[in-house]
Ligand binder design. Structure first.
Ligand code: NAD
Ligand code: DAU
Length: 350
């Protein structure tokens, strides 16, 4: 029996994790706490919302009093913390809200855990979900290891780096049982269409321009989101306290090459000539401070805890494209309304 507080469970990765844990562990109580910002969407969890071991609470992680009362009311013994502002472009326009949620929100959760667990740390765990972006940017060679020094460049990655430091500080200073994982770029169903893959799938379908930043030469290491959720499950149950684990797919793609794979896949499903939508590619002004390359070495996770990605990229991208095509309603719900304003503001030159 466990009472697990998952923060950000209505978001992209959080909803996959909530689904996995609710279905796999009927004897765990999963308490999903989410503020439901623009990125939080309860439609991501329709299939499990009535399960007896699942509970949703709408709250802000920065609200220390509410968080503390949730710890008491549900006898929380474990936290898996995913709630965050997560989009780099938004952090460039509005760094304050990233510091508020990602730094102060994490601190509020850490304080609540320390206070409520009151030095009785037996059977307790605070698991912080972080990103590979804290390590900065790589040149043409090499990989991020768990020991790579932090070197964040965007307000988003600076705020995530800061939250990681606070988690380690609580472990080292107060003995709080913590673990951190740093994952590479995720893709798959239920991702908000501000991120590259769902944004481009949506635009290809609607014959809209595809805004490629700079020359499209930046490299990202892509992991299917369900594999990330599986890794979190394994780390949650098997990690050594105080440790950090990198999660990645050994699956690097230059943006422009990835975009061409997406185009061919969408064209194929829509019955268009494969590659014909390449005429939508539009090179636009580069992202400020755009990291050139991310690549994760996840050997520690494989060697110590036995995790490996289960899906090949070609299969993952087909599955993903098919999901977005089959779930037009889900996409329509979030791309009507506020999304239109976001698009105009962020893609002014399109
Ligand atoms: P997301 O933006 O899809 O979801 C974030 C969720 O957090 C939303 O449901 C939102 O409503 C909630 N939230 C935001 N502010 C909140 C607050 N103040 N209080 C409570 N809830 C709040 O993000 P995601 O892509 O699912 O990322 C989840 C976590 O994983 C983040 O911590 C992110 O840094 C990390 N991460 C993401 C990726 C990726 O590729 N998406 C990769 C590595 C790590
Ligand atoms: O590496 C993990 C990180 O991956 C997570 O921590 C972040 O939460 C997540 O958003 C993601 O960050 P990126 O900045 O790498 O993802 P994004 O989808 O925004 O962009 C991927 C690449 O595509 C990046 O090089 C920028 C480029 N891009 C993105 C958009 C939205 C474009 O060329 N055009 C676009 O319109």
């Amino acid at each position: 029996m466990k009472n697990i507080l998952i923060t950000g469970g209505a978001g992209f990765i959080g909803s996959h994790l909530v689904r996995l844990l609710v279905n796999k562990y009927p004897n765990y109580n999963i308490i999903n706490l989410d503020k439901l910002t623009y990125a939080g969407n309860l439609n991501n969890l329709k299939d499990i919302e009535n399960k007896p071991n699942y509970k949703f609470i709408k709250a802000d992680i920065c609200d220390f009093d509410t968080i503390s009362s949730v710890f008491s009311k549900y006898s929380i013994d474990s936290v898996i913390h995913l709630a965050a502002e997560s989009h780099v472009d938004r952090s460039i326009k509005d760094p304050f809200s990233f510091a508020q949620t990602n730094v102060m929100g994490t601190l509020s959760l850490l304080q609540a855990a320390k206070h409520k667990w009151d030095n009785d740390f037996e059977g307790k765990l605070f698991y912080h979900v972080s990103t590979d972006e804290v390590y900065g940017s790589l040149g043409d060679e090499g990989f991020f290891l768990e020991t790579t020094p932090y070197d964040p460049h965007s307000p988003y990655s600076a705020s995530k780096a800061s939250s990681d430091h606070f988690v380690r500080a609580f472990h080292d200073t107060y003995g709080l049982p913590t673990v951190i994982s740093n994952c590479s770029n995720n893709y798959g169903p239920y991702q908000f269409p501000e991120k590259l893959i769902p944004l481009f799938i949506n635009n290809i379908c609607n014959n809209k321009a595809l805004p490629v930043y700079g020359k499209g030469e930046n490299v990202r290491d892509w992991l299917f989101v369900e594999d990330h959720a599986r890794a979190i499950d394994i780390i949650f149950h098997k990690a050594k306290l105080g440790e950090t684990y990198n999660i990645g797919g050994f699956n690097e793609w230059k943006n422009i090459d990835l975009i061409k794979v997406m185009i061919r896949t969408v064209d194929k499903f829509l019955g268009r000539d494969e590659g014909s939508s390449e005429n939508l590619i539009t090179y636009v002004k580069d992202r400020a401070g755009h990291d050139l390359r991310y690549a994760i070495d996840s050997s520690k996770l494989k060697d110590e805890l036995g995790w490996e990605p289960s899906l090949q990229f070609e299969e993952g991208i087909e599955k993903t494209v098919k999901w977005y095509l089959d779930n037009e309603k889900w996409l329509e719900n979030i791309t009507s309304g506020d999304y239109q304003g976001y698009y105009k503001e962020y893609y002014t030159d399109m």
